[in-house]
Design a protein around this ligand. Structure first.
Ligand SMILES: [Mg+2]
Length: 226
């Protein structure tokens, strides 16, 4: 029988959305990136090149571009979120195998995303993962404070009465796993395919994986069939 990691104490499964539930190679996120750049160029009356610099500066300084825009330019968050998430979700492929595996995970399943709920719904519908999750904890639910700010995780735990010691978090960004590990959660880094720079694991990543569906099968099925 194959042996996976011991997850017998896990009763809550928390998933990041973008580039975690679908591979980065899908190129969905670049559509959002372009929309953000255009929004900033229009807002500030600057060139697209200048807007891109501002976008990345705010992302690195504040965790999300939106947070930087709210602090520095009092941007209304919902207007920004609606604009940047007006993208084509049909480039995502349905993933019935991941659906089956997530459905069978024992316990509660939630999404924790720095995007909006409607964006999460668009992604989940396109992946055929609708109805797999008890809740979507989006950036609005987090009072527009993004991961990796510890506040975002504490709010998630409080809002849904989660116990970090029996929860596991899946993420494609190392920096977003640190606060989860510090709270006592088990952490899983879903590596970007052939992108070493973006997935440089550290001690806060308890497991480093390449294929979410395969890993979940390994981790859970030995327990459920025994
Ligand atoms: Mg992500």
């Amino acid at each position: 029988m194959p042996s996976g990691p011991d997850l017998s104490h896990i009763d809550t499964w928390v998933f990041d959305l973008d580039n975690t539930l679908y591979p980065v190679s899908t190129n969905l996120f670049p559509q959002i990136d372009v929309r953000m750049k255009t929004f900033i160029a229009d807002l500030l009356g600057v060139s697209l090149d200048e807007a891109f610099k501002i976008q990345k500066l705010y992302y690195h300084e504040h965790g999300t571009t939106l947070r930087g825009l709210m602090i520095n330019h009092t941007v209304e968050p919902d207007a920004f979120l609606d604009y940047v998430h007006d993208i084509d979700y049909t480039i995502l492929e349905p993933n019935p195998e991941l659906r089956r595996v997530i459905k069978e995970l024992p316990g509660r399943k939630l999404i924790h995303t720095n995007g909006s709920e409607s964006h999460a719904e668009g992604v989940l519908d396109a992946l055929s993962l609708e109805g797999c999750f008890e809740a979507i904890f989006d950036i609005r639910a987090g009072a527009y404070i993004p991961k990796p700010d510890p506040n975002s995780y504490e709010r998630l735990l409080r809002s849904h009465a989660l116990t970090p010691e029996s929860a596991i978090m899946f993420e494609d960004l190392v920096k977003n796993l640190k606060p989860a590990a510090e709270l006592g959660m088990v952490t899983v880094l879903v590596k970007h395919d052939s992108d070493a720079a973006s997935s440089n694991p550290d001690i806060h990543c308890h497991h480093v994986i390449e294929d979410l569906t395969d890993w979940l099968k390994q981790a859970v099925y030995p327990r459920t069939v025994s």
